[in-house]
Design a protein around this ligand. Structure first.
Ligand code: F3S
Ligand code: F3S
Length: 105
């Protein structure tokens, strides 16, 4: 799977959403999250993020390694909706994201 890491927090550019062929990039309050069971590893989202928040799971920089599990855990109570568009904004964040201070300049 691909993973969205800390640079997305409070930025939420959303360029990635338009690239995903399976609509598996879901919006939380302060960040977006990739569904690990729905992502087909196409890599289309990774190059379009202007803040380089997206990484293949094996390439997540060490300081953001916890985001791999955070992306997965975001869906613990969401399940596998099979498409982000119909879900719209999901009014929560993973605790790892919620604990961060304001990130945007
Ligand atoms: Fe976030 Fe980058 Fe997508 S900022 S919403 S991961 S384009
Ligand atoms: Fe979607 Fe492909 Fe990224 S399936 S989340 S655009 S790797």
């Amino acid at each position: 799977t691909y993973v969205i890491a800390q640079p997305c927090v409070d930025v939420k550019d959303k360029a990635c959403i338009d690239e995903c062929p399976v609509d598996c990039i879901y919006e939380g309050e302060r960040s977006l999250y990739i569904h690990p069971d729905e992502c087909v590893d196409c890599a289309a989202c990774e190059p379009v993020c202007p803040v380089e928040a997206i990484y293949y799971e094996d390439d997540v920089p060490g300081q953001w390694s916890a985001f791999t599990l955070a992306n997965a855990e975001f869906f613990d109570d969401v399940g596998s909706p099979g498409g982000a568009a119909k879900m719209g904004l999901i009014a929560k964040d993973h605790p790892l994201v919620s604990a961060l201070g304001p990130q945007a300049e």
